[in-house]
Design a protein around this ligand. Structure first.
Ligand SMILES: Nc1ncnc2c1ncn2[C@@H]1O[C@H](COP(=O)(O)OP(=O)(O)O[C@H]2O[C@H](CO)[C@@H](O)[C@H](O)[C@H]2O)[C@@H](O)[C@H]1O
Length: 213
């Protein structure tokens, strides 16, 4: 992964990815104002490598996770962040291969593209098993996340993956064995991963491991 340097906070008013707004409504006669973020829907892909009996996941630097890992007293509203004191590795997450739904394509096709771009496996649309769709960020966004499951073999690996360089993506592909997955879901530290990731791991253990043993 390339080094992260010169981290600073700036105020943003325009974004191609999120749009802050408020919804005002009356509930039982009381007026309520709720602050919201319009953001894209997304897909997650749980990838099982049959050759090695592992889950193929990704690690990447997530700016929001980095920022929130700094204690509030040292977290600037604007300006430089001291990366000697707070190393960028604090923002490294573990996730399923995922992508935002920002193209006019079927969700399965977006999932196939993400598996190729991020993890380097060529899978077919018909190999994508839809698991479930649910909401994310209920308080601020309510966007829809759709989970897929797919199985790969080493023969289907066509590149190292790593994401699209021209979009600034710098993604490390990591694999977890079944015992490692069990360790992740039972650890007591704060996991640098989302509840969606934990759900996907639980779904995999319950539906693909327990049922098959
Ligand atoms: N807020 C932002 N600011 C600037 N550039 C941005 C941005 N969001 C996306 N981008 C740009 O868009 C590119 C493509 O993003 P992806 O489709 O890989 O989604 P991402 O992995 O961020 O989120 C996926 O993974 C996360 C976490 O697992 C899910 O929450 C999410 O719904 C899912 O799409 C990024 O590499 C970046 O260049």
């Amino acid at each position: 992964m390339k080094p992260i340097t010169d981290v600073r906070v700036v105020k943003t008013t325009e974004s191609a990815f999120i749009r802050p707004f408020s919804l005002i409504f009356k509930q039982g006669g009381n007026e309520i104002k709720w602050d919201l973020i319009d953001s894209h829907n997304g897909v997650f892909v749980i990838i099982y490598n049959r050759t090695r009996n592992t889950l193929v996941c990704v690690k990447q630097f997530r700016p929001g996770v980095y920022y929130k890992s700094i204690p509030e007293c040292d977290r600037p509203k604007e300006g430089l962040i001291d990366t000697k004191k707070y190393p960028p590795s604090l923002g490294l997450t573990v996730e399923f291969c995922a992508g935002i739904v920002d193209k006019n394509k079927a969700l399965e096709e977006i999932a196939v593209d993400e598996v190729r771009e991020e993890c380097g496996y060529e899978v077919k649309v018909s190999d994508m098993q839809k698991i479930i769709s649910c909401r994310a960020a209920l308080s601020t966004a309510g966007s829809i996340m759709t989970f897929f499951y797919t199985e790969v073999t080493d023969q289907w690996k066509i590149s190292e993956g790593g994401g699209l360089a021209h979009e600034g993506e710098d993604i490390e592909v990591v694999e977890y064995t079944i015992p490692q997955i069990r360790d992740i879901i039972t650890q007591s530290e704060v996991l640098n991963g989302s509840s969606s990731f934990l759900f996907g791991l639980m779904w995999f253990l319950t539906n693909k491991i327990v049922l098959n043993n």
